[in-house]
Ligand binder design. Structure first.
Ligand code: SF4
Ligand code: SF4
Length: 367
């Protein structure tokens, strides 16, 4: 690598990246074809923005003309368990990446600093955390940071699966392409067998339509009824396939740049009820919980309470049945059914929203 590349790598490590590497900024046609097939099969569920992003993902030069190579940063979010704050209804699990205030915001200063340094070295550069339309996992493999595990996640032998990827596109000439990182899954199938909803396909691609992470974060409206039990106690996201990976277990908790917040790791479910969307946005500003919005988090809380029957959550089932959002009332009908509280479900047969009426009827038909 050039001296400029070495300097940027060293700076990235000094700013807190746990692993760095360089990859050629080319996206092989086979990778584009594979991605297109995944889209064609509808496995991206409601994430239609991924269809729109494909042309830019396939051609990084659209983001940085003259792009030659990519600096890839791996940042661990393998946190140890934070203490559970006292009080409240703390019954749901949150995926680790959301235990910390929005990592996009936290990593942006690192990327900005790298862009500045690149400019000082006469290199044009543009950084992205995973919200950019860039094939970061492909570049991570090309940079030797890891391989795509059966779970579809990038697995790093030293960091495991809890790795946030960020990339800096540069106009440095492409590095001599080394061999892609070897596949270290071997005969392991732990993630496939542990997935609660059977979302992991034989081709190492996730079917988002069945994935708890998608269903609790991106999906709008009711979670499909046949998948609600599989959601278990996951309030936001799902870490199962990453947690069980032997490389994650071996790595242990080693996050250092990002820090967990106990109020995000163990949120009080009652804070998702009895507040307006605007107040919710104010209270949870700068966190990943804004993505599903207040009504999504309340819906998820009721799915968790239906599955766990955590006694302290009972008042929230009653609040949920009166919620202004029909998605929340529908989830409350289901949760009340899980608790065997059919008398509380019956009034929802007269709900103004048809889906809630149908949900209540389904609950009563099942009991
Ligand atoms: S995130 Fe959870 S639901 Fe999704 S593939 Fe992994 S284990 Fe399955
Ligand atoms: S759990 Fe096993 S199969 Fe799944 S990604 Fe990790 S090593 Fe690969």
């Amino acid at each position: 690598m050039s001296r400029a590349a070495d300097q940027l790598s060293e700076l990235a490590l000094s700013l807190g990246a746990d692993a760095v590497g360089w990859a050629a900024a080319t996206v092989p046609a086979a990778a584009v074809g594979e991605y297109q097939s995944w889209l064609d099969a509808g496995r991206h569920a409601g994430m239609t923005y991924l269809e729109r992003q494909l042309p830019v993902r396939a051609d990084p030069a659209q983001r940085l003309p003259g792009v030659g190579s990519v600096l890839v940063l791996g940042v661990s979010h393998a946190f140890g368990p934070p203490l559970v704050p006292p009080g409240g209804v703390r019954a749901g699990r949150v995926a680790r990446y959301a235990w910390t205030p929005d990592y996009h915001d936290q990593l942006q200063p690192v990327l900005s600093r790298l862009e500045q340094e690149a400019a000082a070295l006469g290199v044009r550069a543009r950084g992205y955390v995973d919200h950019g339309p860039v094939m970061e996992r492909l570049f991570a493999a090309g940079a030797g940071l890891g391989w795509r595990g059966r779970s579809g996640m990038t697995i790093n032998t030293g960091l495991g699966a809890f790795v946030t990827l960020a990339v800096v596109l540069t106009d440095l000439p492409a590095a001599e392409s080394g061999a892609a990182h070897p596949d270290r899954c071997g005969r392991c199938l732990r993630c496939v067998s542990a997935c609660p909803t059977g979302a992991i396909g034989p081709d190492r691609a996730i079917d988002a339509r069945r994935c708890v992470s998608y269903l609790t974060i991106e999906h709008r409206g009711p979670v499909p009824r046949d998948l609600r039990r599989g959601v278990g106690d996951w309030l936001f996201g799902c870490d199962v396939c990453s947690e069980v990976c032997p490389w994650t277990v071996k790595a242990g908790p080693l996050a250092r740049l990002l820090r967990p917040d106990p109020q995000l790791a163990h949120p009080d479910l009652s804070r998702f009820f009895g507040v307006s969307e605007r107040e919710f946005e104010r209270q949870w500003a700068g966190t990943a919980f804004l993505r599903p919005r207040r009504k999504g988090m309340a819906r998820n809380a009721l799915t968790v309470l239906g599955n766990t029957r955590a006694p302290q959550g009972w008042p929230l089932l009653l609040d949920g049945a009166q919620d202004p959002a029909w998605e929340v009332r529908e989830a409350a009908a289901w949760a009340l059914g899980q608790w065997g509280e059919v008398a509380r479900v019956r009034p929802l047969l007269n709900d103004p929203h048809q889906t809630v009426r149908e949900g209540a009827a389904a609950v009563l038909g099942e009991t």
